[in-house]
Design a protein around this ligand. Structure first.
Ligand SMILES: Nc1nc2c(ncn2[C@@H]2O[C@H](COP(=O)(O)OP(=O)(O)OP(=O)(O)O)[C@@H](O)[C@H]2O)c(=O)[nH]1
Ligand SMILES: [Mg+2]
Length: 219
């Protein structure tokens, strides 16, 4: 167990101000490791993983990628069967996987999802960055993802700040706020994050385009 693990495990029980002062440093260290993986899917990418906090929009994103227009309910674990993702004249096959809920009790299921050559989108609600529960959850989940990614070959990760439509700030201001809240230096670069409204098909198209145009066409 590293010092980082010890600090992460004590955070949920601590209410003192100093704990919240060091959080950007802790998350910043984890993010520095994560963003050193691939910033984009690539020709070797074989599976897509969508993780993140409760209610961030994981199921909404899976539904939008599959063209399903349904209201979502909180997820425990749902199978996502293999499907084809199209953008203009290109098609790629997305491997069967699971849609996991954002509860910390599902951290142990991440190991089976993040395989060699997988690309992870990590979702969080940008309007909840002032809430301790959201920050706790981000720390725990990123810490688990970091441990798994270190054991895998050729993996990538990108952050997705969701619910952009529910705040009044422009994207530049939002990006700066996220940088300040989540990383102690400017570790998080614009290439490492999307700021989206997942209810807007044009915003979802940004992700579809990114996956389809970077993945090998093996459908
Ligand atoms: N306005 C807005 N609503 C969103 C956005 N993304 C998701 N939602 C809504 O937020 C709620 C939660 O979305 P889900 O897709 O169920 O979230 P989830 O991450 O799968 O949640 P869990 O399965 O509980 O972890 C739903 O009512 C969505 O319609 C967004 O970008 N903007
Ligand atoms: Mg869900």
């Amino acid at each position: 167990m590293t010092i980082l693990d010890i600090v992460i495990n004590t955070i949920p029980n601590q209410q003192e101000a100093w704990v919240w002062f060091i959080i950007p440093i802790i998350i910043g260290v984890i993010i520095a490791i994560l963003v050193s993986s691939n910033p984009l899917p690539d020709k070797e990418t074989r599976s897509v993983v969508i993780l993140g906090t409760k209610g961030a929009g994981k199921t909404s994103l899976w539904n939008a990628l599959r063209g399903i227009k349904e209201a979502t309910t909180p997820t425990y674990q749902e199978k996502i069967s293999q499907f084809e993702l199209k953008f203009k004249d290109k098609t790629v096959s997305i491997e069967e996987t699971n849609d996991l809920g954002g509860s910390d009790s599902l951290l142990s299921a991440y190991e089976g999802l993040i395989k060699d050559h997988s690309f992870t989108y990590f979702l969080f609600n940008i309007n909840r960055l002032d809430e301790k529960e959201e920050i706790n959850s981000i720390v725990k989940q990123l810490s688990e993802i970091k441990k798994i990614i270190k054991k895998r070959d050729s993996v990538g990760l990108k952050f997705v700040g969701t619910h952009c439509d529910e705040c009044n700030a422009d994207k530049n201001t939002l990006f700066k706020k996220i940088q300040k809240k989540l990383s102690f230096r400017k570790i998080l670069k614009e290439e490492n994050i999307h700021l989206l409204n997942l209810q807007d098909p044009k915003d979802v198209e940004i992700i579809i385009n990114e996956i389809v145009n970077n993945i090998t066409d093996y459908a």
